[in-house]
Design a protein around this ligand. Structure first.
Ligand code: PGA
Length: 252
């Protein structure tokens, strides 16, 4: 039997959130202090809110992460943010290779791998996203696509402590659609197996595999109970503390 890692429920705020949204993070932090939750909880706000959010939830169990980073630690890259900068602003993790980055900015597996390596260099956990499009799923290629992304995006520095994999079918993100329980179980077990060939012994069983794509209070319990699902990456439903906390509670 594999030793189950402690689940992680992470909120991806994407390009949402102004100073006034800090109250949602504060509400999450306050609830975490009151209840005994059996999972780690994280919010990944836009980079502009990292420092103020860190200050707003100081001393709480709420973890913070960034949403993307540049592969270099510094340099002439107008508009980019490095992993070191995210760390300096209060992040403990960073999402890399989200399908919106892959689609909107043409990010390749090789670039994602460099960003994940940059996260490790800075002492951040890399949350590496993979997932197939609807056309790929319909063509029966979901496992192959995800396996290929995983192999190409995982840096040699990855271990069970500094890396989390998020399986996010592109067609399930922000659409209200989710794969069946069997389909999620199938892809997650495939990811676990593929990691066996990509990481050193013992690590693949302990890496956290998150499911992401239209996770909400109504389906969280079912999705989080699936074998090899060690938590969730939540977009829209993470913006309101009430919904996000219901998903956190569903993780057991
Ligand atoms: P969603 O987004 O929960 O709004 O579908 C998930 C994600 O993109 O991480």
């Amino acid at each position: 039997m594999r030793r189950t890692p402690r689940p992680l429920v992470a909120g991806n705020w994407k390009m949402h959130g102004l100073k006034s949204s800090l109250r949602e993070a504060r509400a999450v932090a306050t609830s975490l202090a009151k209840g005994a939750f059996s999972c780690d909880v994280m919010i990944c706000p836009p980079a502009t809110l990292l420092r103020p959010m860190k200050e707003a939830v100081q001393g709480s169990k709420l973890k913070l992460g960034g949403q993307d980073c540049h592969a270099s630690s510094q340099g002439a890259h107008t508009g980019d943010v490095s992993a070191e900068m995210l760390k300096d602003a209060g992040a403990g993790a960073v999402i890399v290779g989200h399908s919106e980055r892959r689609a909107d900015h043409g990010e390749t597996n090789m670039q994602v791998r460099s960003k994940a390596a940059a996260a490790h260099r800075a002492g951040l956990v890399a949350i590496i996203c993979v997932g197939e499009t609807l056309a790929e799923r319909k063509a029966g290629a979901a496992r192959r696509v995800v396996g290929h992304q995983l192999k190409g995006s995982l840096p040699v520095t990855a271990n069970e402590k500094n890396t989390v994999i998020a399986y996010e079918p592109v067609w399930a993100i922000g659409t209200g659609l989710t794969p069946t329980v069997d389909d999620v179980a199938d892809v997650h077990s495939h990811i676990r197996k593929r990691l066996g060939a990509l990481m050193s012994e013992g690590a693949p069983d302990r890496v956290r595999l998150l499911y992401g794509g239209s996770v909400k209070p109504a389906n969280a319990e079912e999705l989080l109970a699936i074998k090899n699902v060690d938590g969730a990456l939540v977009g829209g439903a993470s913006l309101k503390a009430r919904d996000f906390l219901m998903i956190v509670s569903a993780s057991g």
